[in-house]
Design a protein around this ligand. Structure first.
Ligand code: GTP
Ligand code: MG
Length: 411
């Protein structure tokens, strides 16, 4: 990466920090969204009395993962759980909804659409009720909020928690992701319906980049051994939760914090329906697992890990665009965040039967056989790469005729 003049980097840094400040949602917005989900839960409760199970609305995506802007949509998952089950215990329970006596997802979407319309919500649209992941869309007029409710998409709830934990390790993670997401939206390369990449794909790309730096800013959370920072909470398929393990005095660290709130063990079903344990370190104060702990030992260690990297936001921003434009070998490698080493397309072809191609490929952290960039075709891949080159050239003012004056010209 060619070194830029210090004054240039300083200007990019000041501009981008100011920009990030302007797009981060205020605490009031977050509270309003939480209140709205509570209000919606009442509507769901009116509907679920017709069903043989409980139904809980669980927000996911950018309202929870810390990468959301003021005008981001609200993604909500309708989790169908056995009557009387508690959240977040049900987070770990992968019992198929048919076994709960729950209605099929299509019916759940239909019933909910009817109740939402009766309650005055606008533009209620259940036309995607039979999609792979059934979705109900509507608008909350007064808040100008677009909402999506999907049924039992637990994988999305899990990857939201993973992304959120990454976002909390160091402020630069969130800052860089905000600039990249806004850039992708403004450059119109963030729309899977038009065969460009989802926000989720761009965030995975940012995390991958921060893991692959010479002095990594992020470790791969899923690859840290479960006892990295203490005894794991072991939550298993049968629902038994020995969260008390490790809570005796021996496990207290020098700050007096118990070690047991550190890693969370998640049980995951992969695409073939087989079960396997996946571990990752989760933020103990997340929206899903509120614990009274301040900041856990694991989070402190993770932040100390990140602090060894001294790059400014400007260094990271220029480095990100340079890497994606010129360094990353898209033909050979897959963008992934599970492991510290680069994953090759050949290994994905042999392990997960991926079809070999020259385009962008992004491995989902949990559903590893799934390519998050599968919608991107040759033409759109070329477009996205051209946009990486453009952003880098403007930031570095590499072309004498195209001196970028402000970050606004770039993103
Ligand atoms: P904005 O809405 O653009 O602010 O960002 P977002 O973080 O909400 O991203 P997006 O709307 O693309 O996706 C919402 C959530 O759905 C993500 O955070 C993921 O949890 C999940 N998601 C999106 N795309 C995929 C995908 O391809 N695979 C999986 N497993 N989950 C996805
Ligand atoms: Mg969203």
């Amino acid at each position: 990466l060619p070194k830029l003049p210090a004054a240039r980097l300083e200007k990019i840094n000041v501009d981008s920090l100011r920009f990030v400040e302007s797009v981060m949602p205020s605490p009031e917005t977050e509270q309003t969204r939480k209140n709205f989900v509570d209000e919606l839960q009442n509507v769901v409760n009116q509907t679920s009395v017709m069903w043989g199970c409980d139904a809980k609305l669980v927000p996911f995506g950018s309202s929870v993962n810390n990468f959301g802007a003021e005008n981001s949509d609200l993604d909500i998952c309708l989790v169908l759980m056995p009557s009387g089950a508690r959240w977040p215990d049900a987070f770990f329970d992968d019992t198929p909804s048919e076994q709960l006596g729950a209605p099929p997802a299509t019916k759940a979407v239909e019933d909910l659409a009817a109740t939402l319309s009766e309650n005055g919500f606008e533009d209620v649209d259940d036309s995607r009720k039979s999609a792979r992941i059934p979705i109900l869309q509507f608008r909350h007029g007064p808040m100008e909020l677009e909402c999506d409710i999907c049924v039992d998409n637990r994988l999305a709830v899990r990857n939201t928690l993973l992304l959120r934990t990454y976002s909390l390790i160091d402020p630069r993670v969130r800052q860089l992701a905000y600039v990249v997401k806004t850039w992708a939206k403004r450059r119109k390369i963030n729309n899977p319906a038009e065969r460009t990449l989802s926000s989720y794909g761009y965030i995975l790309m940012v995390i991958h980049y921060l893991q692959q730096l010479e002095t990594p800013l992020l470790p791969p959370l899923q690859a840290l051994p479960p006892t990295w920072a203490g005894e794991p909470i072991k939550t298993s398929l049968d629902g038994s939760n020995d969260a008390d393990a490790g809570m005796d005095g021996d496990d207290l660290d020098e700050d007096g914090n118990g070690a047991s709130d550190l890693p969370v063990v998640l049980v995951q079903s992969n695409s073939e329906g087989a079960q396997q344990d996946t571990y990752f370190f989760a933020d103990p104060q997340s929206a899903y697992f509120s614990t009274p702990a301040d900041m856990s030992t694991a989070m402190k260690r993770l932040s100390a890990f990140a602090a060894r990297n001294k790059d400014s936001l400007a260094d990271l921003l220029v480095g990100f665009f340079w890497t994606m434009a010129l360094k990353f070998d898209w033909r050979r490698h897959v963008i992934g965040v599970r492991d510290a080493h680069l994953v090759t397309k050949e290994s994905k072809a042999s392990e997960d039967s991926w079809k070999l191609h020259q385009r962008m490929a992004i491995e989902d952290p949990f559903e590893t056989s799934y390519d998050v960039a599968h919608v991107v075709r040759d033409r759109e891949f070329r477009l996205i790469r051209e946009e990486f080159v453009r952003a880098y050239a403007l930031l570095a003012a590499a072309s004498p005729r195209q001196e970028a004056d402000s970050l606004d010209d770039v993103i």
